[in-house]
Design a protein around this ligand. Structure first.
Ligand code: NAD
Length: 430
């Protein structure tokens, strides 16, 4: 018999105390709920996820050994429509993190006013050390374990950290095999050939670019010539950097898990992407200065775009940040304790639940197209994305001005108001 090993969380204390992502989310939720004078019953409802599932996933590794991975799926709130949220493969995944990400998805879908609730999934694994075959077997087992929850009308996954179109294709295939017919709309972020949407891969980065442009315009400035630093050089960060450069911004710094790069006169983003494709990481790129990740966020720039993981801007580094505008490409990159420091410094922060909502917006377009069986051109997708992002920026700005709060609390207030309105209309089934 082959040995069976349980993979446990190697870094389970990563989010203790004030850095627990769910607590971070809740501390902002509480401020917005009190501004809205939220009904106490509804307050209790919205502080709790609707459903939390933990699955053990036996997977045959290439060596012939069986490993058992732990997976999560949290449906935070489905009052406005089917749950929507990505799947993350990472060693740092925790239930608290997935719960926070599911709540953020709920607020995000409400901020951009698309008819979805929020969910998120994660599997504790190190995808970079796994073969494509191992990843495929893990993905299929995870999908099969959640078969009763997933569905175009109930819960629709998408890519997140370390998952991509390939993984989405396996999810769609596994789900369809169980249902005995092809169901494209069960997942978004799929390859174009099998029901994906034009513009989906670029959507989150494009939304970030639009938010940077709107934020600078609000401050009487322009993207042209503005210096930008981007943390995280994956789907969101590298595409945002590319589009920002196309719009005339000067990308002076980029980083990934291997380290950072800085060039005062500006990097050639396409050249750095080519280097990453050839060498897996940005480290070692010869035409820029290397920067340690600890120093990266405090580099001189006009716009900082964190697009990696949670809790990167904290009370330890917030005071040293030079950017005038922060566009949160990542979910939860700013710890709650840093908000006040950034406010005092007059930094204009476009919060995650608005800044990175381009991805879920085009996921919504993909779901609509799959259900219709009729596909839009990239121009139509981009134009509709532009309309939704610009309108949502204006709504959040108006809310923040009305309540005299920053953009983050403005966004939470708008989202909670919209979710609460539906709860009130639907009433309580008790
Ligand atoms: P990805 O896996 O494609 O890229 C993540 C990048 O972050 C990689 O370049 C990685 O090396 C880097 N990274 C990891 N740890 C780092 C560290 N400590 N310092 C610097 N860089 C580090 O993931 P992604 O899809 O681009 O997601 C990035 C963030 O954006 C996540 O917070 C995710 O939840 C959020 N997000 C993604 C989407 C989407 O459509 N993909 C949508 C909304 C929000």
């Amino acid at each position: 018999m082959t040995e069976t090993k349980q993979i446990i969380h190697p870094d389970k204390d990563r989010f203790l105390g004030d850095e627990n992502p769910f607590e971070q989310m809740m501390s902002r939720f509480d401020v917005a709920a009190s501004l809205l004078k939220l009904d106490p019953g509804l307050y209790k409802v919205l502080r709790n996820p609707e459903k939390q599932v933990i699955v053990s996933l036996p997977v045959m590794m290439d060596s012939g050994e069986t490993e058992v991975f732990t997976g999560y799926r949290v449906l935070y709130n489905t009052s406005r429509g089917p749950a929507k949220g990505g799947i993350r493969f990472d060693l740092g995944v925790t239930l608290d993190e997935v719960r926070a990400l599911a709540a953020w998805m709920t607020w995000k879908c409400a901020v951009v006013n698309i008819p979805f609730g929020g969910s998120k999934g994660g599997v504790i694994c190190d995808p970079l050390s796994m073969s494509p075959g191992e990843l495929e077997r893990l993905t299929r087992r995870y999908t099969a374990s959640l078969i009763a929850i997933l569905g175009p009308d109930s819960d629709v996954p998408a890519p997140d950290v370390n998952t991509n179109e390939r993984v989405m294709a396996w999810i769609m295939d596994t789900y369809s095999m169980h249902k005995r017919h092809t169901v494209t709309s069960v997942v978004t972020g799929k390859p174009l050939e099998m029901g994906g949407s034009a513009g989906r891969r670029e959507a989150t980065g494009r939304g970030c670019m639009i938010m940077a442009r709107e934020a600078l315009a609000h401050l009487g400035r322009s993207l042209k010539g503005s210096k930008v630093v981007v943390q995280g050089f994956g789907n969101v960060g590298s595409i945002a950097a590319q589009l920002l450069q196309q719009e005339g911004a000067v990308v002076v710094g980029v980083s990934d898990v291997s380290g950072g790069l800085y060039r005062e006169g500006g990097l050639d983003v396409n050249d750095v992407i080519a280097w990453r494709e050839a060498h897996r990481y940005v480290a070692g790129y010869p035409k820029a200065d290397p920067v340690k990740n600890e120093e990266f966020l405090t580099l001189p720039c006009d716009v900082l775009l964190p697009a990696a993981l949670e809790n990167q801007i904290t009370k330890r580094n917030a005071a040293d940040i030079k950017a005038k505008v922060i566009i949160e490409g990542a979910n939860g990159p700013t710890a709650a304790a840093a908000d006040e420091i950034l406010d005092r410094k007059g930094v204009f922060v476009v919060p995650d639940i608005l800044a990175n909502a381009g991805g879920v917006t085009v996921s919504y377009f993909e779901w609509v197209q799959d259900r219709d069986g009729y596909f839009w051109t990239e121009e139509v997708v981009n134009q509709r994305l532009e309309e939704i992002m610009v309108r949502s920026f204006r709504h959040v700005l108006e809310m923040s001005q009305k309540h005299q709060v920053n953009m983050r609390i403005g966004a939470y207030t708008l989202a909670i108001q919209r979710v609460a309105a539906v709860h009130k209309l639907r009433g309580m089934y008790a």
